[in-house]
Design a binder for this molecule. Sequence first.
Ligand code: AR6
Length: 168
Amino acid sequence: MRIIAEQGDITRAGTDAIVNAANSLLLGGGGVDGAIHHAAGPKLLEACRRLRNTTHRDGLEVGDAVATPGFDLPARWVIHTVGPNRNRGQTDPTLLASCFTRSLDVAAELGARSIAFPAVSAGAFGWPADDVSRIAVDAVTGWHGPPIEETRFVLFDQRVLTAFEAAL
Ligand code: AR6
């Protein structure tokens, strides 16, 4: 699998799937979650509400992932994951690693060949970018399986990009 780190806005990524750093409620929020909902249009929120009314009545667990269509985004699918919130004492690195591996599992089930990740938990959820980058790169490099050929880490800040480049 090709793995790339680049600076940019993930809502513009041309990968088959993009990953959203969501929260358990799955009903939008700030940061990358807000940007993705804004760019995808109101149908994304409708699709998330449908998940909450059917398969995910109690919300999405930390470390798990679930897909919706991408609607107005270039990406065909949005894979929503929930990182651990360090500001609430969620310091278990395996939960953060799981965000990346479960998202890859879901992408593979959909048949996606390429996927883009943001720095899950490195914003409002308070994890240092160095930790997120190391955990993310270990998780992705340790994950094996077709049909995913390319993983892109699309990072908003230069500081976070530098951390991912060092981890890679
Ligand atoms: N493209 C790529 N990266 C982005 C973008 C973008 N358009 N916008 C922000 N980032 P955060 P979290 C970066 O806070 O820490 C939300 O309210 C940002 O600079 O979005 O997992 C959710 O609803 C940072 O490096 O996600 C949850 O409640 C990284 O994305 C909560 O925040 C992650 O920051 C999730 O917090």
